[in-house]
Design a protein around this ligand. Structure first.
Ligand code: SF4
Ligand code: FE
Length: 492
């Protein structure tokens, strides 16, 4: 099958029996729901850009499994060049949507599970790698979106999965049958789960021998019997439900999405199982998936940062202060921080290497350094954007006030006229354009989009401490001590 168009992707979601709950109710037509649709538009953009000849090189690739032309979001990276193109593709999508476009979690899961299953089979003579390849060919040929589901609820963080008071705190096998397994549990804050056709579930931590029932990885259709989602709400999200308020929303077309995904006795046939009790490989899948997703942030967050910097520059221009040296310097600082993140994303890709299975993996140390910087720099970029924008981004009256024709002035001036008079800035700039850029910045800095640009920068792909553990492991302090001894003339 050819690559799907954006419309075909959206139509394909309607055919699924995905169970979505929000505000305590089941949402029947979730595809057209005003709070959900912007996140679907984001994923649709991964399909739309792949149809555009201008972006063909970044957005598509040749499948290593079939030789077919596929969307890069379903690709197994075959070289460091592929890894760099992945980051560039993510920056492009961040620029086009100013949001989390969600499809990367599946791509990162494909590459982590492909290489890990090869090594599990090598040790145990299992058939997980073949299972996975067959599944991925199906995904590539049908151009599907797949959620990479990793984060378990975790319960008491001091206890291993098997020691939890409630065994469902980590996804686990509750029944083994000749033809498959039955699983229970949940995954939290799952990016794009509702908008995905399938899910790949993976363990979330390294495990010991007693955790065998929890060391499980598998693929599962999003509308499988027993699987449902509870939608995560975002700051200011109900603005999307107000009519005639697209300016107040800030980014009315695009947005991110997270949900709680629940597995209530879901049956998984043998052919979709990629790990089942081989506990020592749980950590490998986690480390590889996290590594790829930490690389991803050196692309997606940079693209979103480009839009934030552009919005701050426009706010300054509309206010007539664009030539002020203090403003120029802040924009330079924002650019410097943003491009530093991009440097990290590109560097960990260029320093990548082949896995035993043949696909390429990023340099893990540099990918973790990349994500560690992402936990900091977008916060500073946002701080500077707020500084340039001024308080108006959070104190401006509503769009309805700007459009109101209710007379309030002594000479019959309407609310709308009063708003336009007092919120006018530089001559030649429409007040509506100023409104738009202020509301956009509000959305990015502390509205719904701040989920994707701020908190996700902190906790997505692992919280800062998770990267520091990896940096400690990969940093080779012993080797560095040797260097110092040698230069300082210290003999063993
Ligand atoms: Fe992709 Fe970034 Fe969203 Fe992760 S946070 S799914 S890398 S856009
Ligand atoms: Fe993420």
């Amino acid at each position: 099958m050819a690559l799907m168009t954006a419309k075909e992707y959206i139509d394909s979601l309607r055919k699924l029996n995905t169970r979505v709950y929000m505000f305590g109710e089941k949402i029947e037509n979730w595809v057209d729901h005003p709070m959900i649709r912007p996140s679907i538009n984001c994923v649709a953009m991964t399909y739309a850009l792949a149809q555009n000849p201008e972006y063909e090189d970044l957005m598509t690739a040749t499948s290593s499994l079939t030789g077919h032309r596929i969307n890069r979001f379903t690709h197994l990276h075959q070289s460091t060049e592929d890894l760099v193109k992945k980051v560039k593709m993510q920056r492009l999508l961040g620029q086009k949507t100013a949001s989390c476009f969600q499809r990367c979690v599946g791509m990162d899961a494909f590459n982590a599970v492909f290489s890990s299953t090869y090594e599990i089979d090598e040790k145990y003579g299992t058939h997980y790698h073949d299972n996975f390849k067959k599944f991925l060919i199906y995904v590539q040929d049908n151009d599907l979106t797949v959620d990479g589901a990793m984060t378990d609820p975790k319960g008491d963080r001091s206890k291993a999965p098997h020691a939890q008071a409630d065994p469902d705190m980590y996804v686990h096998v509750v029944e083994r049958r000749p033809d498959g397994i039955v699983v229970c549990g949940a995954k939290c804050h799952q990016t794009g789960s509702i908008n995905s056709h399938w899910h790949i579930f993976m363990p979330t931590i390294s495990m010991g021998p007693e955790d065998a029932d929890w060391a499980v990885s598998f693929a599962c259709p999003t509308d499988a019997d027993g699987l449902y989602m509870i939608y995560g709400r975002q700051s200011c999200d109900t603005r999307k439900l107000e009519e005639g308020c697209d300016i107040d929303v800030g980014n009315a077309k695009f947005g991110g999405q997270e949900a709680l995904v629940v597995l209530d006795h879901v049956f998984i046939p043998n052919e979709y199982i990629f790990l089942n009790g081989e506990t020592e490989f749980a950590g490998m899948i986690v480390e590889r998936f996290a590594g790829y997703h930490r690389q991803s942030y050196g692309g997606c967050k940079v693209g979103v940062g480009d839009v934030v910097i552009g919005a701050a520059a426009l706010a300054a221009e509309y206010n007539g202060v664009e030539k002020a040296s203090a403003v120029k310097d802040k924009l330079i600082e924002m650019t410097h921080l943003n491009e530093t993140l991009y440097c990290c994303g590109v560097a960990c890709s260029c320093e990548g290497c082949p896995t035993k299975a043949g696909n390429y993996q990023i340099d893990l140390l540099l990918a973790n350094v990349c994500k560690q910087n992402v936990t900091r720099f977008p916060y500073e970029i946002v701080r500077l954007a707020e500084d340039i924008a001024g308080g108006l981004m959070v104190t401006m009256p509503s769009q309805k006030d700007f459009e109101s024709d209710l007379p309030v002035g002594r000479e019959g001036e309407t609310i709308g006229e009063i708003c336009k008079k007092y919120f006018a800035a530089k001559e030649g700039v429409s007040t509506e354009d100023r409104q738009r850029i202020m509301r956009f910045l509000e959305n990015m800095c502390l509205g719904a989009a701040a989920v994707g640009y701020r908190t996700e920068s902190m906790h997505g792909a692992g919280s800062p401490q998770a990267q520091r553990i990896m940096i400690a492991r990969q940093g080779n302090i012993q080797g560095k001590k040797q260097l110092a001894k040698s230069v300082a003339g210290i003999k063993e």
